[in-house]
Design a protein around this ligand. Structure first.
Ligand code: NDP
Length: 329
């Protein structure tokens, strides 16, 4: 038997969560690897699932939680043995498949990554989906010419999960990092502690303007906000610079115009962490283990448990979580 948070839908379409004990049969028979989960995380997407929003979960009952780290208990895959430490992110775990808000999961071997050398399961899940997403974003920007000599980097939604990890990662890689946040008073010194060299109030970038171009300010951007802010940032990018579009915390529709692309050769790069193939995830996790400043994880983390997920799941949808919530199983 193992402990799990389970979402159910009632006849009126209301979603409710309960914490209960289940046996392995609840996990079904798809997937070659059973993992004893040690840690999961809380992402914006998890907040949507926990609150019955976003339409991400189509079938109930469902164990949510889009990521986990833990130890292989049973394996029918030649690639994993009992005792191996593994990480799972993406592949619609916690949406289409049972996820990380339980002490056990059953998943396909292809979805797992062995824990990289130099990282433990706790560190892996403080980084979690935000960590690997920030690394994918940095690698996409580098593939389009970015390096620490290019100039100042911009990170939007900086005090959130992806933003916090992105700020610390970029700073550790030698970049000057300007952090955009809606809560400078509460999170300013936190962001400076992660390595931000400049703080920008969200209000400075929240207004759309009619001019298609502003002065060239940013050598690159990791954007977690989308919406009006992304439209504005595109007009502030330096010649040939790229924006990695990661998230939509500020909205879906982007009021952009074509001029930054035509006159400045700006690139807008889509970042997806969910469907990345194994080899790509493997190399990016190892680079995180090698280059992320692990001591910064203790600034970023808040430890929570299954019982407190209801409270934190509401807070993340309101943009009230600073850094990363680590769910300890
Ligand atoms: P968080 O909620 O932890 O962080 C989002 C941050 O965005 C907030 O902390 C806040 O930062 C800022 N923000 C929130 N609301 C607004 C608003 N209305 N206007 C401007 N800024 C706002 O979420 P995550 O870090 O987990 O995820 C960030 C985004 O990235 C989400 O949209 C998520 O879905 C997406 N994502 C995408 C992935 C991919 O594969 N492409 C993977 C992971 C996440 P502050 O307080 O500093 O202003």
């Amino acid at each position: 038997m193992f402990k799990a948070l389970i979402l159910n839908k009632d006849a009126d379409g209301q979603i409710s969560a309960s914490i209960t004990e289940k046996d392995d049969s609840f996990l079904g028979d798809e997937g070659e690897v059973i993992v004893d989960i040690q840690f999961s995380g809380l992402n914006y997407k998890d907040g949507l699932c926990l609150n019955g929003k976003g339409g991400l979960i189509r079938s109930y009952p469902r164990i949510p939680g889009v990521e986990f780290s833990g130890i292989v208990a049973h394996s029918q895959s030649p690639h994993y043995q009992p005792g191996d430490k593994v990480i799972a992110t993406g592949w619609r775990i916690g949406e289409v498949w049972h996820g990380g808000y339980a002490a056990r999961a059953r998943v396909k071997a292809d979805w797992l990554v062995p824990l990289p050398a130099g990282m433990d399961c706790r560190q892996a899940m403080i980084l979690g989906t935000p960590g690997i997403t920030a690394m994918f974003a940095l690698e996409a920007l580098e593939a389009h010419g970015l390096n620490p000599q290019s100039g100042e980097m911009l990170v939007t939604g900086a005090a959130g999960g992806v933003g916090s990890v992105a700020v610390a990662l970029l700073a550790a890689c030698g970049y000057q990092v300007a952090a955009v946040t809606g809560r400078i008073d509460e999170a300013g010194s936190y962001l400076e502690g992660l390595g931000a060299t400049r703080l920008i109030p969200r209000t400075e970038l929240a207004q759309t303007i009619s001019r298609p171009l502003e002065s060239e300010q940013w050598a690159g951007c990791i954007d977690n906000v989308g919406g009006d802010m992304l439209g504005r940032v595109l007009g502030q990018m330096a010649y040939g610079a790229s924006v990695a579009a990661v998230g939509n915390a500020g909205g879906l529709a982007v009021p952009a115009n074509i001029i930054p692309f035509l006159l400045r050769g700006v690139n807008l790069l889509g970042i997806d962490s969910v469907m990345q193939p194994f080899e790509r995830r493997l190399s990016s996790w190892q680079r995180l283990a090698d280059q992320f400043p692990m001591e910064k994880l203790e600034i970023i983390v808040t430890e929570i448990n299954l019982e407190s997920l209801a409270q934190y799941g509401k807070a993340i949808l309101k943009g009230q979580i600073q850094g990363r919530c680590l769910v300890c199983l």
